[in-house]
Design a protein around this ligand. Sequence first.
Ligand SMILES: *[C@@H]1O[C@H](CO)[C@@H](O)[C@H](O)[C@H]1NC(C)=O
Ligand SMILES: *[C@@H]1O[C@H](CO)[C@@H](O)[C@H](O)[C@H]1NC(C)=O
Ligand SMILES: *[C@@H]1O[C@H](CO)[C@@H](O)[C@H](O)[C@H]1NC(C)=O
Ligand SMILES: *[C@@H]1O[C@H](CO)[C@@H](O)[C@H](O)[C@H]1NC(C)=O
Length: 435
Amino acid sequence: MKAAFCSRTLAILALAHAGFASAQDDGMPILTLNDDESFNFDILTGLGQMANDGADVNPVLEVAKKIKPGDRDSYTKAWFDLANETKAKALDPEYASDPVNVRATWFSASNYFRRADVYNRADWDDPRINNYWDEQRAAFDKAIAALPVPAERVEIPRDDFNVSGIWYSAQSNENHVERLPTIILTQGYDAAQEDLYSTIVAPALARGYNVFSFEGPGQPTPRREQGVGFIPDWERTVTPVVDYLLSKKAVFIDTKRLVLYGHSFGGYLGARAAAFEPRLSALLLNGGVWDAYQAYTAYLPSDLLTLLESGDKEAFDKAMDELRSDPETSTTITWGLEQGLWAFKMKSPYNFFQSFKNYTLKGGIADRINMPVWIADGEYEDLMAGQSQLVKDALGEWAELHTFNGTAGFHCQTGAPQELGRVMFAWLDKTFNNS
Ligand SMILES: *[C@@H]1O[C@H](CO)[C@@H](O)[C@H](O)[C@H]1NC(C)=O
Ligand SMILES: *[C@@H]1O[C@H](CO)[C@@H](O)[C@H](O)[C@H]1NC(C)=O
Ligand SMILES: *[C@@H]1O[C@H](CO)[C@@H](O)[C@H](O)[C@H]1NC(C)=O
Ligand SMILES: *[C@@H]1O[C@H](CO)[C@@H](O)[C@H](O)[C@H]1NC(C)=O
């Protein structure tokens, strides 16, 4: 059976196991939270943010209990109700004078609204797409305003889009005594920069880093606010971010320790950007993506792959539409397609798959990456299976590949942020002390 938790970032690949995909009988090392592998992963994503104020355990387990496998309405309602209840607690004046309450309650409400948003992509005009997002963002902004040093939303205008970022530092504008190492975080196919707060931003701040997270075209906030779909040449986002940091935040930043981290499909985006951004000192890829078309078409059943490669757009689109509307099709597949079409801003599955040909490190891109690179892979990674090794092979001595096994072996170490932090920050310490 395919790995139960991994089929997320680009879940189209689960096409290989069309039909109801069960997460129950899978030989996985942890307890399953829902018999629907896609819901199971989403619940684990919500629960995994518990590490730094982003969730509480039992409310999430209650949500897990309410969600019926394959029933998206039950999924959305369970998360929305929890989000709305948590928001009511955050608004209760009884608790509002304590900034620790304010922070934890709003961070949690924000996470729960994001989880409730996941399956609302079938109809691009569904008002929940923006309504739930406005809720998650308003909640998140209240939380980051209550940090010891409030974080700051930043819009970096480009000619044809804005990069939407957040600057976090333990030092304030009034009180900066030291230039610190800085991590730039780029997200992937579907999740939000806000999803990285509990799992990466807070652990980095605690270790003395500044953090700049951002989203570019195709990612949740720019896709909604600016109507822009994904672009392959991600240096168009990262280079303006580096320009911004080295001009507006220069007093905070140790320019010899400026790191880019790419999460999930961000493993492609980050590597592509690093190839064109020599001011970076190190690159973290969680995980590696060598060639998106190769990675994702590998999971197509052979008849669909033949149809795709035949160039028969009409026939391929028809076959994919049939698959999507078939009640036997797994949640993972329907979700992956609907999320992808929305994020890439395409109506045709054929065009969507073809566009992956531009998301590649082949053709000399990887050769341009001249900095230490850490690549994470997972024992249960099957979405981008084998891709991290290909990136490692192309980068040779520049790269170190770490394979997470056992309970940390899921896509992006979901549910095991402590293990991710231990290994990744130890590598950074080693890399910077050696250089
Ligand atoms: C959200 O919670 C409030 C109470 O805080 C309630 O009045 C409202 O009906 C709830 N909204 C929905 C859509 O359930
Ligand atoms: C980009 O950000 C600027 C503020 O810096 C804002 O005025 C503008 O409306 C934004 N553009 C888009 C497309 O959101
Ligand atoms: C790849 O990118 C080029 C240049 O932006 C564009 O012209 C082409 O249409 C893209 N290919 C696909 C298959 O999307
Ligand atoms: C995970 O397992 C693989 C295969 O046995 C091994 O090569 C790798 O070193 C293991 N990773 C860790 C962190 O132990």
